[in-house]
Write a protein that binds this ligand. Structure first.
Ligand code: COA
Length: 339
């Protein structure tokens, strides 16, 4: 699906409402699990993991940490950057597939902890594409004139759904949270377009059973690594091309791509097929592994902090994952006049 934002109606007046990211934050648990540490858990080597994935280490949540508690840390940073108080939020969306509870939503716990008493709250599960799905959802609430200030989170504790005896999966993932504040503006810049998609025929290529299905557990992630790898490379290329084209942009007009951080080989292959210099892709998978729905907001936050985005830059966020789902969003970065 393609959506051409941002023209909409607002309170009965024909007005362009741009949805702009005005705050960003991240949280990574303290505990570091290195590839060397994994050598003691499964039949693997530090060198194999680095060569096949680009990952050097990942973070593991403490026993008392959850998707919501990590999201709160990231959210506080993002609100501080946006200079927005929690009670000004209209909506909290948490993208996660490792929620604290089956219900209520982790977003409800976050809302309460932040004191965002005027906000609606819900979780969104589109696996590793979840954050961009959530950002696209937020942009629509803004474009429609429904909401002005939205907190969008990605937070995951995959360490709790990993089989620590399965070397093909436990080496890949890590825990963490990222957050952005998205606000309405009557002037650009802001989000330009997004592409969302899903191919349910690939559900069994990467999934985690749960207690509400027919599977009796244990509830560990299952994955066909090489199939997912091929899907990932293809879909990054397709979604990036689609989202750029829908805004009449050429790939050379994109200053930065922030891809889902799963594997440096996936990112390098996509860069090669797209004929985009690999340096235009922001990469931090070496430090955190694959943090699923948290990976894009954590990477975006670090890209901004590293000075990789300037006003007027075009940035593509692109993700893929279980579903098989995918999502890409094109943003024009920078400051402007808010509503
Ligand atoms: N250490 C050492 N050897 C390992 C290993 C590990 N941690 N994991 C798998 N192997 C072995 C396999 O058993 C296989 O051995 P065999 O040839 O004797 O059967 C060999 O390495 C090659 O396995 P293969 O699965 O072909 O490796 P690969 O190069 O495809 O790399 C992944 C495996 C998982 C790293 C890679 O497929 C991948 O990254 N896939 C995408 C996963 C992903 O991104 N998932 C999340 C999407 S959101």
């Amino acid at each position: 699906m393609l959506y051409f934002a941002p023209i909409s109606r607002w309170k009965g007046i024909s007005l362009a409402r741009y949805a702009r990211i005005t705050g960003w934050g991240k949280y990574l648990p303290e505990k570091v699990l290195t590839n060397k540490d994994l050598e003691r858990l499964v039949d693997t080597t530090e060198a194999w993991i680095l060569a096949r994935t680009g990952i050097k280490e990942r973070r593991i949540a403490a026993d008392d940490e959850t998707a919501s508690s990590m999201a709160v840390h990231a959210a506080r940073q993002a609100l501080k950057v946006a200079k927005l108080s929690p009670d000004s939020l209209d909506l909290v969306i948490t993208a996660t597939c490792t929620p604290d509870l089956i219900f209520p939503a982790s977003a409800a716990l976050v809302q309460h902890e932040l004191g965002a008493e005027n906000a609606a709250a819900f979780d969104l599960n589109a696996a590793c594409s979840g954050f961009i799905y959530a950002l696209a959802t937020a942009s629509q609430f803004i474009a429609s004139g429904t909401y002005t200030n939205i907190l969008v989170l990605g937070s995951e504790v995959y360490s709790r759904i990993l089989d620590w005896q399965d070397r093909s999966t436990c080496i890949l993932f890590g825990d963490g949270a990222g957050a952005v504040v998205m606000q309405a503006s009557d002037t650009p810049p802001g989000s330009l377009n997004f592409v969302l998609g899903n191919d349910g025929s690939g559900v069994d290529l990467i999934y985690t059973p749960g207690p509400c299905g027919t599977n009796k557990g244990p509830y560990y992630i299952k994955m066909s690594g090489s199939e997912v790898f091929k899907f990932a490379v293809n879909i990054i290329c397709l979604a990036t091309r689609q989202v750029a084209k829908s805004a009449n942009l050429d790939l050379k007009d994109i200053e930065l791509i922030v891809p889902h951080q799963a594997n440096t080989r996936i990112i390098k292959a996509a860069a090669k097929f797209l004929e985009i210099p690999a340096g235009k892709f922001f990469v931090n998978v070496d430090k955190y592994g694959n943090t699923s729905a948290a990976s894009v907001p954590i990477a975006l936050c670090e890209a901004v902090e590293a000075g990789r985005l300037r006003n007027g830059d075009h940035v593509v966020l692109v993700g893929f994952g279980g579903g098989l789902s995918w999502a890409a969003m094109l943003l024009e970065w920078g400051a402007g006049r808010k509503l």
